[in-house]
Design a protein around this ligand. Structure first.
Ligand code: SDX
Length: 428
């Protein structure tokens, strides 16, 4: 009769060990009993970049990388992108269920009525250089927000946690829009609470002398779908950072500043900005074969391709390509699209990419849409961070409420010098 255990034989000693298997996983701590000598520390697992290590149990997002499946709380991303909106998906990701009308109306009312930031924060943002990168402004301002809401440190109080979550979801589009206006040398536009979540964001970005900004409904909806697609993605680099920083029991503003800093990297959420710069560098479809040759010679990466988990087409990239067509109807086609499509065509049939399971990821087409919507390239990571706020916060709450979690503190394999005595400078 089969047992849910692993039998390990240590050939160094001939001893065998029965290790329990749960969820097709073994607990690394169960390896510590494997020793050669009684006073040994015991065995550890070694997994740089955590390529095969589960750091937590979670019920929020499910990804099947081989099948290209992504679900939030069990709902397929394709259905949410088609039938829901970002604030409703944010509620689902945080609370685990789709809201009733009453729950949604209350949730939307609270978010819409927390969109203003303290005037001090507005003044603080005005101190940045005129050409400061918006993501740098976003991260710094996010950290500074912890000094305006000191009660946020009471992370064990569910009501105080909820209040900070409302503030962060509501205020970060305002901070993001202010960083954009700052980089354009334009006066900051305050929130318009009559508009939708993405409509208000577009108003704070684009409103000029008109009395009331009217968002283009196609662009408003396109941004809402893009926000849904970026809301959460299990234990990615930014979210893992949120959990690690949050495990020290700091406040959510400080933890999220760290998560946003991780997202800023060009291998992660900064990839959408890197994709656009790559397409602009290629410049013309006729230069694509030469560029692909450079990638295959390992001179550079094909930004927007590849994924640690997806070894199939990122389902978000497929949806984003559909959104692109709707946006280009309004904005006109982005000339870089032809280069992107040719890169994709070659990559999907070339052995170098096929053998490495390199498919377009969420960042490959999102940048083309953002540029067509006239967002400056530097804003692209900020446009990723805004919707990912709910993912970071839901995962943070799940970590705090998980009795198996403690402060994160990985081990290491020490391969450095043995003990040695200090050598006076004169004798070196
Ligand atoms: C996001 O985790 C998430 O969920 C992230 C994200 C989210 O929603 O939070 O989905 C968002 O970050 C998407 C990824 C955006 N990043 C990029 O587009 C940057 C380009 N992609 C690569 O840097 C890379 O694909 C990663 C970082 C995304 C994944 O890298 P892995 O899983 O560590 O894979 P790897 O580096 O081990 O690569 C395997 C092989 C290597 O070749 P070999 O040494 O085996 O011969 O594939 C090659 C790599 O050199 N490779 C690439 C490549 N990505 C991997 N070669 C060329 N171009 C690429 N883009």
């Amino acid at each position: 009769m089969s047992k849910d255990t692993l039998t390990i034989t240590d050939n160094r000693t001939g001893r065998t060990y029965e290790i329990p298997v749960e969820h097709d996983t073994i607990q690394a701590m169960h390896l510590r009993q494997i020793k050669v000598n009684e006073d040994d520390f015991g065995m550890m697992s070694y997994d740089p970049a955590f390529k095969n290590t589960a750091s937590t149990k979670s019920t929020i997002t499910y990804i099947d990388g081989d099948k290209g499946i992504l679900r939030y709380r069990g709902y397929p991303i394709e259905q949410l992108a088609e039938k829901s909106n970002y604030l409703e998906v944010a509620y689902l990701i945080l609370y685990g269920e789709l809201p009733t009308k009453e729950q949604y109306d209350e949730w939307e009312h609270v978010i819409v009525h927390h969109t203003f930031v303290h005037e001090n924060i507005t003044q603080l943002m005005k101190a940045f250089r005129h050409d400061a990168h918006p993501m740098g402004m976003f991260i710094a301002t996010l950290a500074a927000m912890s000094t305006y809401y000191p009660e946020g440190r009471n992370i064990s109080d569910p009501w105080i946690r909820t209040k900070q979550i409302h503030r962060l979801i509501a205020k970060l589009p305002t901070v993001a829009a202010f960083s954009y206006r700052h980089s354009r040398g334009l006066p900051y536009v305050y929130p318009d609470n009559d508009l939708s979540y993405t409509g208000n964001f577009l108003s704070m970005l684009d409103k000029m002398t008109e009395v009331k900004y009217k968002p283009d409904p196609v662009l408003e909806r396109a941004l809402d779908v893009l926000f849904i697609l970026h809301a959460d993605h299990e234990q990615n680099c930014g979210t893992a950072t949120m959990r690690v920083i949050g495990s020290s029991h700091t406040d959510p503003y400080t933890a999220m500043a760290g998560a946003a800093a991780a997202l800023y990297g060009p291998l992660h959420g900064g990839a959408n900005e890197a994709v656009l710069r790559m397409l602009m560098e290629i410049g013309d479809v006729k230069n694509v074969p030469e560029f692909i040759k450079g990638v295959k010679n390992r001179e550079r990466l094909l930004m927007g391709f590849g994924h640690r988990v997806y070894k199939n087409y990122d389902p978000r990239a497929r949806i984003i390509k559909q959104v692109a067509d709707e946006v280009f109807e309004v904005t006109g086609k982005n000339p870089l699209l032809a280069i992107a499509l040719e890169l994709e065509r070659i990559a999907l049939e070339d052995d170098f990419f096929v053998q490495r399971n390199l498919y377009p990821n969420v960042d490959f087409y999102s940048g083309i849409i953002y540029q067509a919507m006239r967002f400056p390239i530097a804003m692209f990571p900020v446009l990723f961070a805004i919707p990912r706020t709910i993912g970071w916060l839901a995962q943070w709450v799940e970590m705090l409420e998980d009795s198996e979690q403690k402060i994160a503190r990985p081990r290491q394999i020490y391969l450095g010098e043995g003990e040695r005595d200090f050598v006076p400078m004169a004798d070196r």
